[in-house]
Design a protein around this ligand. Structure first.
Ligand SMILES: NC(=O)c1ccc[n+]([C@@H]2O[C@H](COP(=O)([O-])OP(=O)(O)OC[C@H]3O[C@@H](n4cnc5c(N)ncnc54)[C@H](O)[C@@H]3O)[C@@H](O)[C@H]2O)c1
Length: 447
């Protein structure tokens, strides 16, 4: 394919050289003439393992050249990859200035290229692929309107648009390009996605074709998680050190657990956590760190983060403006009657305290069956629980104008009405959440 790459920084330079190495015909574009000249001289404008040799090779064969002229690049290509920088503004917001400018330039050049439908490429049209990291909504709300204005046509019809976030790590980016962890194709329409997948044809790794905003968000999910992982490991290391424990030995064993630690466990958006262990153990670990004068802001904010999530559930109920509330689920997780530090008990208590008329059903919890610590917990934390507990699902449904669903109990799921009936506040991402999202009277805490 004939490809133009806008921005010859770390991402653009590596993408351009590697795509040329795969056999594509590539033109790199940059506003910085020094970078353009370096590439045309067969030299890398960035320091990266293997990039120098690769650029020398592909420039020599004619597979890669560079220019400062946007029109020249657009005329000679069927796909444009946008790799300009998206730095932070001083207030932390995302700077989209370079993206906007290059999009205007590409749009104007595409318009000059003449007649819609005559824009070249697969299916006779040009595809603009955004590779820069940008917040969800940037492509569709900001950049596509710019392209449509300048081109004078419709995105997804007259020209293609895709988002293809990049997952290379500086230092090993050439290696990562040829062995990516995954390829994410955010496609405005299937034809735009087809162009993208054709471009990377032959590379290993799973390809995910998703809506444009999902592709934008995936990059943030990845980077936020990577930062969180490093912060977590460092904080844990600091606490261990202060407590005289070998943190590397701790992490060796931690990492060997592929069921609960290095696994998909606990990584689905849902409701707040609770129970007799996590809150208590986080509190005592943070307390021990503080006693040892070790600052652990991530660990110290896990419980406040959990409370904020619980607060979101209260707000969802408040926003309905309704007073008669039903709640399905009360124990801290399915399959147990343990109510100690259950976030659903906390939620019930908050709603009860705010004067909501509440009925609760949890098949595992009935006062007559509660014993020992559980019974004592209920009596001290939620003394009015007895009068709120309903023996059947139907009793709650008959009472409620709003139903909070915090359980996957099949008896509850099959009884939940669709459309008419109480507003459903889904705390756990119900199995039929996708279908329900289109229904009036459904709100989800974790879509
Ligand atoms: N660096 C990384 O490892 C990495 C990894 C993944 C994603 N990203 C993302 O990729 C994007 C690019 O990052 P980078 O590190 O390569 O940035 P960079 O600053 O190294 O390079 C950006 C290049 O774009 C050029 N440019 C700016 N406006 C232009 C225009 N109108 N036309 C042509 N060229 C123009 C600049 O001169 C510069 O050479 C960012 O959104 C970044 O967040 C970077």
């Amino acid at each position: 394919m004939r490809v133009s790459v806008f921005g010859l920084g770390y991402v653009g330079c590596v993408s351009a050289a590697c795509l040329a190495g795969m056999g594509h015909e590539v033109i790199g574009v940059d506003v910085n003439q020094v970078k353009v000249d370096l590439v045309n001289d067969g030299k890398a404008p960035v320091v990266e393992e293997r990039i120098g040799e690769l650029i020398a090779e592909v420039v020599e064969t004619g597979a890669l050249r560079a220019t400062g002229d946007v029109r020249e690049a657009i005329m000679g290509s069927e796909v444009s990859l946008v790799c300009v920088g998206t730095p932070s503004e001083p207030n932390g917001s995302l700077c989209t200035t370079y993206l906007e400018r290059v999009t205007e330039q590409i749009g104007a050049a595409l318009a000059d290229r003449g007649g819609l439908g005559g824009l070249g490429g697969l299916g006779g049209r040009h595809t603009v692929v955004f590779r820069s990291t940008m917040l969800p909504g940037t492509a569709l709300n900001l950049l596509v309107p710019i392209l449509e204005k300048y081109v004078g046509g419709t995105a997804g019809v007259d020209f293609g648009v895709a988002v293809n976030p990049e997952f290379l790590r500086e230092g090993t980016s050439v290696r990562d390009f040829f062995d990516p962890p995954k390829t994410v194709v955010g496609e405005l329409d299937p034809a735009s996605g087809d162009v993208m997948t054709a471009l990377y044809d032959g590379l290993p790794g799973e390809v995910f074709r998703v809506p444009v905003a999902t592709a934008e968000a995936i990059k943030y999910a990845d980077n936020a998680f990577h930062g969180l992982k490093i912060g977590f490991a460092n904080e844990l290391g600091a606490v261990c050190q202060a407590l005289g424990v070998d943190s590397h030995q701790v992490m060796d064993v931690f990492l060997a657990d592929r069921k609960l630690n290095i696994s998909p466990a606990y990584l689905r958006p849902g409701f707040a956590f609770g129970g007799s262990c996590l809150p208590k153990d986080l509190r005592s670990l943070v307390h021990a760190a503080q006693r040892a004068d070790v600052s652990v802001p991530i660990l110290a904010h896990v419980l406040p983060s959990n409370s904020a999530h619980l607060e979101r559930a209260v707000e969802l109920v408040e926003r309905t403006g309704k007073r008669r509330v039903g709640m399905f689920g009360l124990s801290f997780k399915p399959g147990t009657d343990d109510l100690r530090e259950s976030p659903l008990v906390e939620l019930a208590e908050r709603l009860f305290g705010k004067g909501y008329d509440l009925r609760i059903h949890d098949a595992n919890v009935s006062l007559s069956r509660l014993l020992g610590a559980n019974r004592e917990y209920v009596e001290t934390r939620l003394p009015h629980l007895a009068q709120l507990l309903a023996e059947s699902v139907e009793e709650v449904l008959e009472h409620a104008e709003v139903c909070l669903v915090g359980t996957r109990d099949p008896a509850v799921l099959s009884a939940l009405p669709h459309g008419d009936g109480p507003t459903i506040v889904d705390l756990i991402h119900l199995p039929d959440a996708e279908a329900r999202r289109a229904e009036p009277g459904y709100v989800g805490l974790a879509w």
